[in-house]
Design a protein around this ligand. Structure first.
Ligand SMILES: [Zn+2]
Length: 182
């Protein structure tokens, strides 16, 4: 049941395929009424203040040390403008193995798509929590999502709203938030 069955809109809704049609219909309605941005801004009025890779590393490290004390060490955390906004490529975690002398060193790297640089803290937290949870659990299984909600009780709501924002980005091609000046 769509009021605006356009290919553009179908494409924008592709981020929400895994959700019930009732949710997809609500988003379609918001798009049709041109109220998608309003909906998001009302819930998340402000952009977070994590402006640099260094600040991002600190942000991730703090979350990690307060919740995953026994997790593996992080060697690198960066915003990456080469990550494309396609489904699960919003963030990546990788284990880079390098031979140093006679030793094989493994490094944990987290890359966060740079669209999260100008976004509410809720979305940044959601993607960071997601990638941190992957340090312990590689698959998107039940224990993975349990870990996500342990790190952030509102994880599922944030992920849904973040996906709604991806629909917004597809349709309007520009960020809804701008960096705070403070
Ligand atoms: Zn994942």
């Amino acid at each position: 049941m769509s009021t605006l069955p356009s290919p553009l809109q179908d494409n924008a809704l592709s981020y929400l395929r895994a959700y019930p049609t009732s949710i997809q219909d609500q988003v379609k309605q918001l798009i049709a009424q041109e109220r998608l941005g309003q909906y998001l801004l009302a819930k998340y009025p402000e952009c977070h203040a994590v402006r640099t890779d260094k600040a991002l590393y600190q942000y991730v490290q703090e979350l990690k040390s307060s919740h995953l004390r026994n997790g593996e060490q992080l060697s690198k955390v960066v915003f990456d403008n080469k990550l494309h906004v396609i489904r699960n490529a919003l963030g990546t975690h990788s284990y880079v193995s390098r031979v140093q002398g006679s030793k094989l060193k493994t490094k944990n790297e987290i890359r966060i798509a740079s669209l999260f640089k100008t976004a509410p803290e809720a979305f940044l937290k959601m993607i960071v929590v997601h990638e941190l949870a992957h340090l312990k659990e590689k698959e998107h299984n039940k224990s993975f999502y349990q870990l996500c909600t342990h790190l952030e009780p509102q994880y599922h709501q944030y992920e849904l709203d973040c996906r709604i924002y991806l629909s917004y980005l597809d349709l309007y091609q520009q960020s809804l938030w701008s960096p705070t000046l403070s």
